[in-house]
Design a protein around this ligand. Sequence first.
Ligand code: ADP
Ligand code: MG
Length: 391
Amino acid sequence: MNLQELSAIVAAEFQKSYGRPPRWIVAAPGRVNVIGEHTDYNDGFVLPMAIEHYAVMAADRSSGGKNIFQIRDTNAGVGPVLVDLSAPVQPGEPKWGNYPRGVIAGCLARGMNPGGLDVLLHSTVPIGGGLSSSAALEVSTATLIETVTGKTMDPVEKALLCQKAEHDFAGMPCGIMDQFISVMGRQDHLLLLDCRSRQTELVPMSDASVSLLIVNTNVKHELTGGGYARRRQQCETAAKNLGVPSLRDATPEMLERAQGRMDEVVFRRARHVIGEIERTVHAAEGVRASNWPSVGQLMYASHDSLRDDYDVSCTELDAVVEIAEGIGSKGGVYGCRMTGGGFGGCAVALVKTEMVEAISRQIAAGYKEKTRIEATIFVSRPAAGATVIQA
Ligand code: ADP
Ligand code: MG
């Protein structure tokens, strides 16, 4: 479904819920990270893509002139959010309202007061599925407030405001990737993001003969013993050992020379990060040149490194990548890797667009056979970032 069709559905839902048509409609996408995993907190690069799944908000001025920012959700499982704009905005119930509350608070602090609104939210980003429904919700809220107030923010400022909302109101100390891509994504482009300088570069991917296939393993293994925090610490230890501020500043040669005086696990963690930063930059070059075999090989290499050196894969993710590799380039698969933090969640594959259906069928069947679990699979081309559909 394209964005125009989706917004027509949301407009109809708004009418049904509030008894009148909406005045404004905005949307912000979820994302998938094509390559560059566990590089963000090492000052490295990531290469995300906005997906054709969006948090859409339709809105009108509050009926009766109330100074309340009200959000109803088409997701029947969650209650409405009511934010009284006359009082200081604070976290509260329902919990999902903390993402928009944090954004509203940030906008108010910048003198962007939308006034009372009746809002209807409809999101096609799977919630809690690792495709960043949270950033889509935040960026959609910020875009709505920009549209209503007629004041726009610089894209970096907007993304950082949304990230701060997630930190301070939702209690989630996330990096900058999700909000940056949801704000700055562009149709037919990936976004190369330097997590150190926060500089971004749109990387054209206009060749419609390839698409990204997203395979949700539908498993999430509990991380025992603080697996994520420990890895961050191991990266810091490695950087200290190498005498650099962060692993971004280390080269494979430096690491090689230090191997003898480094703990074996710390060495492997560093080898992943240093290699992955390089792979991400090379993959961006490959995308620019439409060199899909090269990008695909980098994705496989990324997966191997995450599995063997960083130890963040799991049998289900490995199964998807093995099946994809088995289909191979003759079957239309260029590359595949786990995406996101690991231990479950999604894999992403670079595939020939015209062979998507056959590939999806084979992965679904192979995955079911190996794990007895149903995967959720969908395809996306690089989508646009935050969009004003009706102003
Ligand atoms: P992800 O961002 O990968 O989907 P997170 O755990 O970061 O997973 O964010 C999921 C949370 O975001 C949900 O628990 C919910 O609080 C909130 N959320 C996102 N989209 C919606 C929505 N459409 N309706 C209600 N809550 C939502
Ligand atoms: Mg999230």
